[in-house]
Design a protein around this ligand. Structure first.
Ligand code: AMP
Ligand code: MG
Length: 503
């Protein structure tokens, strides 16, 4: 049988931070998805293993040797309200392995049955939402955005009851770790300073080992998490990703995107865009994401207060300063993302204020013209190459667009510093190609995702899912074969599109 070289540091080093728990047996597991490329990264020899054995292993019916399944405890602020006990209600960490880059990765099941943290939940997952997690997390990975990954989806042969009966499934998730802001909050809320410190030491060793033994390491650790999150959310903003449920239990200390529940990609540019059915007040709307990250980081800082200084006053001052530093860090990352998208070389200095004004004008134009976010950026690359027709097609107000394009091209020209026409033509096509690497042609468009999922879940036809997944693996390159996935949804679809927590 395929072997996992488990080395389960969390289970070993943090007893008392979890409950040992076994996955449920499932009646007839069928492997529906296996990520061979990721398996290779994890040094798992999936290709020589038959599908039935893999389905058995990845459903929890026959755990691989060395697995030590545990349900982790965590708390969390959900929509701003603190829940002192959440925890893995339907997930299990089965172990950790070192990948081919010698990076430690968690292997976890989702939907493997209720744990002591399940409260009233059934502990199960439906096939559709698990395949959705595959599509969107793999798309994020292909877009170069840090994310948990999906190794496998097994149809369990059970039905789960949601608004109707649905096929059940387990997902195998791979993550740099599953330590969340809410993991720290769990112990801090109980006044268990000793465990907060042990968790911080473990997490530092795992994610920020350069800080081990350093003076002031807990403050530096907080700074490192702030930095990772600032970089992450800037990348989300660059592709129009809306997480949808940015509760502190869904924010990973490692800086990976985690918890693909009601997430969705924006179509028409709208800063207020929100798709989640339960986000009634738009707390997690597109434009609010950076400030929500900062709010969540403040909850982490509060949880770490006792470690930051000997007295509370100093600790609060240090924490506040660290949290305030988010603004500048985020702005820096966001400007880098936006400059790359505009085809500017981040190494060629230019006034931040001027670039900021140009970016804001562009975004205002996208909003007032109700333009598809992805296509607008993509067609800007064509304009960089001297073909403004595709971008003009997207806008109603051509006059305003032309005024802006002229300013933008003038800004591009400041980087060229050459006047010879051949050379500037070369520069233009190089710029256009560089822009295409920062401006995807494909994102997982909501209507395409829904079509693929309903074919799989309702009709047992996995063809559309596989085709879409395949397309999303190279999002920056236009393929005639996948052109149907590049087109925006009808406005009526997006207007009524609503996502649900991935249950
Ligand atoms: P989420 O909103 O998905 O991050 O989940 C919040 C909490 O609810 C976590 O503690 C989950 O483990 C738990 N949970 C979500 N769905 C279920 C379910 N079907 N059964 C048991 N627990 C669940
Ligand atoms: Mg969650």
């Amino acid at each position: 049988m395929m072997s996992f070289a488990f080395d389960n540091s969390f289970a070993r080093e943090l007893p008392g931070f979890y409950v040992k728990w076994e996955p449920d047996r499932v009646p007839s597991p069928h492997l529906r998805y296996l990520n061979h490329a990721l398996a290779e990264e994890l040094r798992l020899d999936t290709r020589r293993q038959d599908a039935a054995t893999l389905a058995d292993m990845l459903s929890g019916n026959r755990l691989p040797e060395g697995a030590e399944p545990i349900a982790q405890a965590y708390a969390g602020h959900q929509f701003g309200r603190f829940s002192p006990q959440l925890g893995d209600g339907r997930a299990l960490l089965i172990g950790e392995i070192m990948d081919c880059h010698d990076k430690r990765r968690d292997i976890a099941f989702k939907g493997s049955g209720p744990t002591p943290f399940a409260r009233n939940g059934d502990g199960k997952a439906a096939l559709g939402p698990m395949l959705r997690e595959v599509l969107i997390s793999e798309a994020m990975h292909a877009l170069g955005i840090p994310t948990t990954r999906a190794l496998a989806v097994v149809d369990t042969g059970e039905t789960v009851r949601r608004e109707k009966l649905l096929p059940g499934a387990t997902l195998t998730r791979v993550a740099a770790s599953h330590i969340r802001v809410g993991t720290f909050e769990y112990y801090a809320a109980r006044g268990d300073h000793e465990r907060v410190q042990r968790l911080a030491d473990y997490t530092i060793a795992r994610h920020d080992p350069e800080l081990i033994g350093q003076k002031g390491r807990y403050l530096d650790f907080l700074g490192a998490v702030i930095n990772r999150q600032a970089a992450l959310v800037a990348q989300w903003m660059g592709v129009g990703f809306i997480h949808g449920v940015m509760n502190t239990d869904n924010m990973s200390i490692s800086g990976e995107t985690i918890d693909y529940g009601p997430c969705a990609f924006m179509e028409v540019y709208d800063p207020k865009a929100v798709f989640s059915s339960i986000d009634r007040h738009g707390r997690y709307a597109y434009q609010n994401q950076p400030s929500i990250v900062q709010w969540n980081l403040a909850r982490l800082a509060e949880s770490l207060l006792h470690l930051l200084a000997d007295n509370e006053e100093d600790a609060v001052a240090l924490a506040s300063e660290a949290i305030a530093s988010f603004d500048g860090r985020y702005q820096r990352y966001w400007l880098d993302v936006m400059r790359a998208k505009l085809g500017f070389d981040n190494r060629v200095p230019n006034g931040d204020d001027e670039d900021l004004a140009l970016i804001e004008e562009w975004l205002a134009l996208l909003q007032s013209n109700r333009v598809d976010f992805t296509l607008a950026w993509r067609h800007l690359a064509d304009a960089a190459e001297g073909n403004p027709l595709p971008i003009r097609d997207l806008f109603a107000d051509h006059f305003a667009l032309d005024v802006w394009l002229k300013k933008w091209l003038a800004r591009c020209a400041t980087e060229e510093g050459r006047t010879h026409s051949d050379e500037s033509r070369i520069a233009a096509s190089t710029r256009a190609n560089t822009m295409r690497r920062s401006n995807p042609w494909l994102i997982p468009r909501n209507h395409c995702v829904e079509d693929a999922l309903s074919a799989a879940s309702d009709e047992n036809d996995f063809g559309p899912f596989e085709q879409l997944l395949n397309a999303l693996k190279s999002p920056h390159k236009a393929h005639a074969e996948f052109v149907q996935f590049s087109k925006p949804a009808p406005a009526s679809f997006t207007a009524s599109y609503c996502t649900f927590c991935g249950t």
